[in-house]
Design a protein around this ligand. Structure first.
Ligand SMILES: Cc1cc2nc3c(=O)[nH]c(=O)nc-3n(C[C@H](O)[C@H](O)[C@H](O)COP(=O)(O)OP(=O)(O)OC[C@H]3O[C@@H](n4cnc5c(N)ncnc54)[C@H](O)[C@@H]3O)c2cc1C
Length: 384
């Protein structure tokens, strides 16, 4: 809508075109089939993203990245909506925008060599294990723990709702290294698939993100070397909170992009669908719904873009990031709901795209910190 926003440069737009064309050509045509199967050929697809240089774009070239700035990943998050499958976007996004940055920011040289180089090629897939059956929003109450034993740590516990959990080659795992210290006793470890005692308990069936694997993981006397620790001992909670900033921005950006796409579909449908002798777009109520949705989307977009500008310029934007996550993700669920209404009965049918967009958007007010938690953050920071 209108002129390009000043956060974007010509290079960003070149990336956008390349990614958009690739997704339209090689991903979107398979989305319906993959959605029906409830999975996608992840090895093949990850490698293809890697071959074309779309993974780890922010990373240094020596690890296979393009040394692009944060705004390039904004473009990435916006364009992934073109996959027509929230699950594909989530699986790849979790790997490239969440798992790889943890290792790039906190990893030792050995860890970077081991995980980043094959990670940018799409040969190794990452996951992040923080949430537990008894510890969701309250991250600090996690019970998974790691005990030092000579040159190793022995890990026991479980994780739930782990994106890519059943297909990933490793999990960045949060575990207590000091069980008395609450949030100040959490450390991160990189645990490889195949480590004895580390098992995928079950793959979870979900409302949306159908193509992406989400799993429950179990750790029973899992012995990892000391150098599997990621970052400093007992600094894991702070590391998770710091990375939440980017994760929340991605979810907000993706929500705006998905809502925009849904609005465009609904607008086109409203102009075509004739009832009572005229297109439903001619009814004032439909026009007003479109107007409200477009206004909602534009408000979210401007909030998100301005917050990205603040984030890139290293201004304090904790409040704004939480506002983006809250407003944009709630906005997308409102828009998707109204889009189904505009499609009428067809909106409820699996062969029309509106239902999938609604199902895929619904997670965003829950994952990465719920809307209620975002309100808590905003309120606490404003009232301190
Ligand atoms: C599809 C999917 C993918 C996910 N991927 C990952 C992943 O890759 N890695 C990972 O670690 N986690 C992942 N998660 C977990 C996700 O981050 C959690 O679901 C989320 O943090 C909420 O935790 P919970 O589900 O235990 O809900 P709870 O924390 O039990 O919350 C239940 C309700 O209580 C409310 N509530 C809780 N505390 C408060 C409070 N203090 N004030 C007000 N209201 C409150 C919540 O807002 C919510 O409405 C994923 C989840 C899903 C569904």
């Amino acid at each position: 809508m209108g002129k390009r926003h000043p956060i974007f440069t010509d290079e960003h737009e070149m990336l956008r075109d390349a990614l958009r064309n690739f997704i339209a050509r090689e991903i979107a045509p398979h989305a319906d089939e993959w959605e029906d199967q409830g999975s996608f050929p992840h090895r093949k697809v990850f490698r293809r993203f890697g071959e074309l240089g779309f993974l780890g774009i922010n990373l240094p070239q020596k690890y296979g990245g393009s040394e692009a700035d944060f705004v390039a990943t904004v473009v990435f998050a916006e364009e992934m909506v073109g996959c027509n499958s929230g699950g594909v976007a989530a699986s790849i996004g979790l790997h490239t925008n969440i798992a790889l940055p943890y290792i790039a920011d906190s990893g030792t040289e050995q860890q970077k060599q081991k995980y980043l180089i094959p990670g940018t090629r799409g040969e190794l897939i990452g996951s992040l294990g923080v949430t537990e059956p008894g510890a969701g929003s309250d991250v600090a109450s996690m019970r998974t723990y790691a005990v030092r034993d000579g040159d190793s740590y022995v890990i026991n516990g479980s994780k739930i709702f782990i994106t890519n959990g059943g297909i990933a080659d490793y999990v960045i795992l949060a575990a207590k290294t000091n069980r008395e210290a609450g949030h100040a006793g959490i450390s991160l470890f990189v645990v490889d698939k195949g480590t004895p005692g580390f098992t995928v308990s079950r793959d979870l069936d979900k409302l949306g993100w159908r193509t992406c694997n989400t799993a429950e993981l179990a750790f029973e006397d899992v012995r990892v070397p000391r150098h599997a620790m990621l970052g400093e001992e007992n600094q894991g909670f702070y590391n998770i909170m710091a990375h939440f900033q980017q994760e929340r921005l991605y979810l907000a950006i993706g929500s705006v992009s998905a809502a925009q796409k849904a609005l465009e579909l609904a607008s086109a449908y409203a102009k075509e669908r004739v009832q009572f002798g005229r297109p439903i777009a001619k009814f004032q109520v439909t026009r007003h719904k479109i107007a409200d949705m477009a206004t909602d989307i534009e408000a979210a977009r401007q909030l998100v873009y301005n917050t990205i500008r603040m984030y890139v310029e290293q201004e304090d934007c904790q409040v704004q990031v939480a506002m983006c996550k809250l407003f944009a993700c709630e906005m997308a669920t409102r828009v998707m709901n109204e889009v189904i209404q505009i499609f009428g009965g067809y909106g409820y049918m699996m062969e029309y795209p509106a239902q999938r967009m609604w199902r895929d958007a619904r997670i965003n007010t829950i994952g990465g910190g719920t809307s209620e938690i975002q309100r808590e953050i905003i309120g606490r920071l404003l009232l301190q």
